[in-house]
Ligand binder design. Sequence first.
Ligand code: FES
Length: 149
Amino acid sequence: MPAIHFLDDHKILDVLPGTNLRAAALKAGVHLYRPFQRVFHLNINLGALKIPCGSDVVELIDGKGVNARTPDEERLISGRIIKRKVGPQHRLACQVQVNGDVSVRTIPKLELDIDETKRSLGFLAALGIFTALMVLTFAIMALDLIKVL
Ligand code: FES
């Protein structure tokens, strides 16, 4: 039977193979979310539209007994706008299936990836300027149509 060792909470849990790490942590009373995220984390799952919150990041210290991380999971961990550096040990607890012994640190500090953050903010700024120009163009066209100008 696999054991999960929550290092920060000093708890060891024996679980069945294939147990979801998030479910096991919540059942054991282990916090996975920062205080703000405890209230405002939101997973949207509407069939084709899936927007997971990406806020239950954990660090697997000895994580050989778990399923492999997917590229989508890695993207979620790195963040959508503010980018963080992701190591191979970082996982989303809700995506981890425990099949062997594992040691876990909850709420790890992730280092900011300044270059990637600048790139994503630059893209957002360009998108914002483009959108503003399009709105302005359509507004001028609409005013011209109704002969206000
Ligand atoms: S609970 Fe939101 S991504 Fe895991």
